[in-house]
Design a protein around this ligand. Structure first.
Ligand code: ATP
Length: 452
């Protein structure tokens, strides 16, 4: 993990948040290539799950929402982490993480008493100072409250959203009334969520603010078979991670939530987990949430959130299946999965679809105007279609190494032979092999590799 964190900083993927002021825990900023990578993942998610679907529409809801939203959803009272403090060194940890790290057993969903009991019985020591001197396990709410209004004493409480999902439920009626959707259909959203989490590092795996891609897929349980829909969503999630983002299949596994861990309203929950350098962890959750959310919002808002079947006039309370992923967690996954060291070179084997730059163009020598001019022409032509990097600094070897580290699939060099036969060298990032292709076919070459 240290190598990935160091590469992320060195090459401009991820910087620690507020760094020049000493940093702010669990916040991160994305640098020039990180921002591109994030955007590529985000765009592919939207393209795959909204644009390419005939049964899913997208929305973009507010980050700040009415406190009633979070009372209805259960977050205002129930969205809490069970934390434990080391009285000796003041380390604060999530109790389930402490137990899992030490015993490799999953204890998510257990109550505070049970968690305290496990820590006591197993005599789990503090991972920071090695002492066994814990407080009792206590719950802390994860929602960020915000005070609206500028007059002190006259402010009203709202919350930054803790998940994007509620935006889909509270706009359910608006979407049904303003579009031509018919059950089964999904509402999708991509955007920031905020959770007051404490975490033991691991880069952007768990942060205070993060981007989620969530879909609420609504259906009539009397017409659609939920198990079939569920299996279908599992396939789609797996295909997106492996085929679209290029993550290795053998680093992924499904984990079923048991009765203790699963929320009381959920009939089935599975997590797609990735094997990070710090172990298998949740990447993408899939839950059958029944009609719980819409029912809760109907109750709290006193609005009818059912659908009337146009043919039979029957009232339907739709059920919902929810695939929920963190875009930043996907970014960390692709960074971990792509990181490799080949014969002393650090190579980020990103799929060309998500690589920040699809190609880099170099003149062999920066002090030969005829090479620079020709190379600039290739560069300008390519940039019209693909994000392309220009580099004329230092020697070719150093330029290759830089591009390998930011995951650029191809480096194109304009040399003296180019001036004679209009061919250029294409160097492949993963194999370091070089071949000559005609200048006219460069765009097609890059495009074919993007489509592959
Ligand atoms: P965890 O058990 O890891 O806390 P969760 O089960 O609470 O996650 P969900 O509420 O289901 O997570 O959120 C859906 C997805 O959002 C997760 O699978 C994860 O990819 C991402 N996610 C959740 N919390 C964070 C966070 N603090 N930072 C980054 N990504 C997050």
């Amino acid at each position: 993990m240290d190598k990935i964190v160091s590469l992320s900083k060195r090459r401009g993927f991820i910087f620690p948040g507020s760094e020049i002021y000493g940093g702010l825990a669990n916040t991160y900023d994305y640098g020039p290539v990180g921002a591109e990578l994030l955007r590529n993942i985000r765009n592919l998610w939207w393209d795959n799950f909204v644009h390419k679907k005939t049964d899913i529409v997208g929305i973009d809801a507010s980050l700040i929402s009415h406190q009633e939203v979070w009372k209805a959803s259960g977050h205002a009272t129930g969205f809490a982490d069970a934390l434990v403090d080391c009285k000796n060194c003041k380390l604060r940890m999530r109790a389930d993480h402490l137990i899992e790290d030490s015993t490799k057993e999953n204890s998510e969903g257990l109550n505070e008493e049970k968690l305290s009991e496990i820590i006591r019985d197993r005599r789990i020591a503090c991972p920071n100072c090695g002492k066994f001197n814990w407080t009792e396990v206590r719950k802390f709410n994860l929602l960020f409250p915000v005070n609206l209004g500028i007059i002190e004493g006259d402010q009203s409480l709202a919350y930054l959203r803790g998940e994007t999902a509620q935006g889909m439920f509270i706009n359910f009626k608006n979407v049904v009334d303003s579009t031509r959707v018919k059950l089964p259909f999904g509402i999708a959203q991509l955007g920031k969520s905020f959770r007051n989490e404490i975490t033991p590092g691991n880069s952007v795996f768990r942060t205070l603010e993060f981007e989620q891609g969530e879909i609420e897929y609504f259906f009539d349980p009397e017409v659609s078979d939920w198990q079939e829909l569920f299996e279908n969503w599992k396939k789609q999630m797996f295909a997106f991670v492996t085929e679209t983002l290029g993550v290795s299949k053998d680093k992924l596994k499904w984990r079923e939530h048991d009765d203790k861990e699963r929320s009381f309203y959920s009939k089935r929950t599975v997590d797609l987990e990735y094997e990070f350098p710090f172990g298998f962890k949740e990447l993408w959750g899939l839950a059958y949430r029944t009609d719980y959310d819409l029912k809760q919002h109907s109750k709290f808002s006193k609005q009818d959130l059912s659908i009337t079947d146009p043919q039979s006039g029957k009232k339907i309370a739709p059920h919902v299946i929810e695939p929920a992923v963190g875009i930043n967690r996907l970014l960390l996954t692709v960074l971990c999965d792509a990181y490799s060291e080949i014969e002393g070179r650090v190579v980020l084997k990103l799929s060309p679809k998500i690589a920040p730059y699809k190609a880099a163009v170099f003149p062999l020598l920066a002090n030969k105007p005829e090479l620079v001019e020709k190379a600039k022409k290739v560069y300008e032509d390519l940039r019209k279609n693909f994000p392309t990097y220009w580099d004329d600094r230092g020697n070719i070897g150093k330029r290759y190494l830089y591009q390998d580290e930011i995951g650029t699939p191809y480096c194109l060099t304009i040399d003296f032979q180019t001036l004679q036969d209009v061919t250029i060298t294409v160097r492949d990032r993963d194999t370091a092999k070089q071949e000559r292709i005609s200048i006219d076919s460069v765009s097609e070459f890059i495009q074919n590799n993007l489509d592959a």
